[in-house]
Design a protein around this ligand. Structure first.
Ligand code: SF4
Ligand code: SF4
Ligand code: FES
Length: 538
């Protein structure tokens, strides 16, 4: 553990850190472009120059390891002059693009220019080297060669992380440019990450560009729900509308990355098919009703079935897209408040779902493991058993939470099973299953809900409500809590309260609270990654 001094302050850090990392421990920013903690050191931008005692020349902080007794200065006149000179050099051929650049607001050239720049250009505008603009690299990414500062972060990401090497640096001197290698397209499943690593507006996202200025967007920490990996993300949103997902650093799950499909998943969560208000089946079609009317209808329906056929004639199926809190409340509603037994989890994914050895999992549900931990996916009745019982008319009422049974089992099976069954559906969107419903209770998607998911490896991670669900829809835990209260259960004030109770009862989650889970999740003891094949079906 070397002890060193940076800008007059002492710090002791782990051996092997570089000076950018060591300075960070003291809250000191060493400006840098080419350095990225997850990529090899390139040392090409020279923006991170610092002064080190006894060394005659300035040194680059990214490629200098800490040593005992080192005395480093990051703000001396010599360093400041070097930083200004580097910026002046990088900007010699840079276009005057800021007003129309999609990176504005999160561009390191803009930021550092304001903090460290020279402010006066000595280079005539007409002498700037012109390069290609709006170069289509692949399905996700557009390149502006003039804005590139040749930091080689994108090429290193493609060489070292995806190992697909689609991009290279061509030519020499100020004619140097980034481009695709002949015959290649930037279309690997993780291509969007090059936009994140690019420190300037050279690589931009086709999906996000020109949709919103970043300073108008709010950012909420969450988890991608498109597969069981549970990559950590930031949701960028404004007034209840999402504009993009970006990966959030979690050393134990996704490091700095996410896949392209997950990145675009936000679109699926805000489609036209969202259900904005509770619905009850009328003579011919659904009628919009109030929450009170919807709850009364569910209570009447379940009470009637219970009186006529016994509690065992009521069953529930919950999809593995539900949070742990929702699964707990759903299970309690059926087993304790209604008094029935059969509650089954359903973790359905297409048989040919894409997966790889990096992040993408074949299980396209965020909480299969959570449902397993709660005993909803192993041992007891399966969703298939419940549908078979419904077909034999031993199940007369079915509650379905966040699962499309038509996609999982097919129309024919559902027609046979649910013809004479009262069906209550809790879901975010209209689906094949809502067609069978007598009552539809609209719930929020993951970005509209507080809660937790347990990823494929047994890591419990938090999602936070970024904004309210559309219309009169409510977060699932709230709907279940209020419905449970109609049967004498607790009406919980928050999802945190539900989790506290769940953690209190579950031997696996004992002692966990929301504050203990943040920010990188908590690994459940003894929960090694499961065989994915075992978790991809109900
Ligand atoms: S495109 Fe961006 S990431 Fe790639 S070398 Fe240029 S500035 Fe760096
Ligand atoms: S790997 Fe899975 S969890 Fe991660 S971003 Fe892709 S779909 Fe989402
Ligand atoms: S960050 Fe050190 S040389 Fe680029």
């Amino acid at each position: 553990m070397p002890k060193l001094e940076i800008d007059g302050r002492e710090v002791t850090v782990e051996d092997g850190l570089n000076l950018i990392q060591a300075a960070e421990r003291l809250g000191i920013e060493v400006p840098h472009y080419c350095y990225h903690p997850a990529l090899s050191i390139s040392g090409n931008c020279r923006m991170c120059l610092v002064e080190i005692e006894k060394m005659p020349k300035l040194q680059i902080a990214c490629n200098t390891r800490v040593t005992e007794g080192m005395v480093v200065t990051t703000t001396s006149p010599k360093v400041k002059a070097a930083q200004a000179a580097v910026l002046e050099f990088l900007l010699i051929n840079h276009p005057i693009d800021c007003p129309i650049c999609d990176q504005a607001g999160e561009c390191k050239l803009q930021d550092y220019y304001m903090d460290y720049g020279a402010y006066l250009s000595r280079f005539p505008l007409e002498a700037k080297v012109e390069k290609r603009k709006v170069v289509d690299l692949g399905p996700q990414v557009v390149l502006d060669q003039e804005r590139c500062i040749l930091c080689a972060r994108c090429t290193r990401f493609l060489d070292e992380v995806t190992k697909t090497s689609e991009l290279g640096i061509f030519a020499r001197g100020d004619r140097c440019y980034i481009d695709l290698f002949p015959g290649k397209k930037l279309d690997n499943p993780y291509s969007g990450n090059v936009v994140d690593v690019c420190p300037v507006g050279a690589l931009t996202s086709k999906d996000f560009r020109f949709k919103a200025r970043v300073w108008y967007l709010e950012k909420t920490e969450s988890i991608c729900t498109m597969c069981a990996n549970g990559c950590n993300i930031d949701i960028y949103h404004r007034r209840g509308q999402m504009y993009r997902f970006r990966p959030r650093y979690n050393p134990d799950v996704n490091q700095y990355w996410m896949c392209d499909e997950g990145r675009l998943w936000y679109k699926e969560l805000q489609k036209e098919s969202r259900i904005p208000r509770p619905l009850a089946r009328g003579e011919r079609d659904f009628t919009a009703v109030t929450w009170d009317q919807a709850f009364s209808r569910v209570v009447d329906l379940l009470t009637q079935v219970k009186e006529q056929h016994g509690a065992g004639a009521i069953a529930g199926i919950i999809g593995a897209k539900a949070t742990n809190e929702e699964a707990y409340l759903f299970s309690r509603l059926l087993t304790e408040q209604v008094g029935t037994e059969p509650v089954a989890g359903l973790s359905w994914s297409p048989a040919d779902a894409f997966h790889d050895n990096f992040l993408i999992k074949a299980d396209k549900n965020p909480n299969t493991r959570g449902l397993q931990v709660m005993g909803l996916l192993n041992g007891g009745a399966s969703a298939s058993d419940i549908l078979a019982a419904a077909e034999k008319e031993t199940v007369k009422a079915l509650l379905v939470f966040g699962a499309d049974l038509v996609t999982a089992f097919g129309q024919e099976k559902l027609d046979a099973a649910l013809g004479n069954v009262e069906v209550v559906v809790f879901d975010t969107d209209y689906s094949g299953t809502t067609e069978y419903a007598d009552v539809v209770l609209p719930i929020g998607t993951a970005p509209e809900t507080d809660g937790t998911f347990t990823n494929y490896a047994g890591r419990v991670q938090r999602i936070r409500q970024a904004f309210s669900p559309p219309g009169e829809a409510k977060p699932g835990w709230e709907v279940l809590s209020q419905l449970g209260a109609k049967f004498g259960g607790t009406d919980y004030l928050s999802s945190a309260e539900v989790f506290a109770e769940l953690a209190n009862k579950s031997p696996t989650l004992t002692g966990l609270t929301y504050s203990k889970i943040a920010p990188h999740g908590v690994q459940l003891p003894g929960a090694a990654p499961e065989n994915e094949a075992a978790t991809s079906q109900s």
